[in-house]
Design a protein around this ligand. Structure first.
Ligand code: HEC
Length: 145
């Protein structure tokens, strides 16, 4: 009987831990993409001429996007759950999703190097990043809850 109770208690703790973990992952996904959105906003303005070209600031923004993408990649474990705006399609097409996240990480790291060289290089690099956002969101991001 005692062992039985212990097993139940252990099971409940494990279930509780999984629930907390899922919530942490969902919050981390949202916070990480907010960082990407903030950094992208800065380079988007520069690209439109709404703020002056600043190579160091652009490089920093692209680096933030890259490191955030690398972190984002770790937030979708196989037993993770769709939550917030992360759709079930992520787990259904995991290889495609992972490849897109990896592409964002590597291309924005390359963009950071290019952006520091000059305005023309910055614009060319920016053009490689922008389309990735919407194209991934179309398939893998849901409406605002
Ligand atoms: C590989 C797929 C993918 C790429 C590429 C991607 N995103 Fe996302 N993005 C997502 C997913 C999935 C979510 C939903 C995350 C969640 O809240 O669960 C999201 C959410 C967001 C959000 C909403 C965060 C919030 O407040 O809830 C913003 C802003 C955002 N992305 C900006 C960007 C920008 C800007 C880029 C391009 C530089 C980008 N994303 C590239 C998949 C992607």
């Amino acid at each position: 009987m005692r062992v039985f109770k212990l097993l139940i208690a252990t099971g409940l703790i494990a279930a509780g831990a999984t629930a907390v973990l899922a919530q942490d992952l969902a919050a981390d996904r949202e916070a990480t993409m907010k960082k990407v959105g903030g950094a992208f906003g800065a380079v988007n303005k520069m690209n439109r001429g709404q703020s002056p070209y600043d190579g160091a600031a652009a490089a920093e923004a692209f680096t933030t996007i890259s490191t955030s993408a690398k972190h984002f990649a770790t937030l979708f474990p196989a037993d993770g759950k769709a939550a917030g705006r992360s759709l079930p399609s992520i787990w259904e097409k995991k290889a495609d999703f992972d490849a897109r996240v990896e592409k964002l990480a590597s291309s924005s790291a390359a963009a950071a190097t290019e952006a520091a060289k000059g305005e023309a290089e910055f614009k060319a690099a920016f053009a490689t990043i922008g389309p990735q956002c919407g194209s991934c969101h179309e398939t893998y991001r849901g409406e605002k809850p």
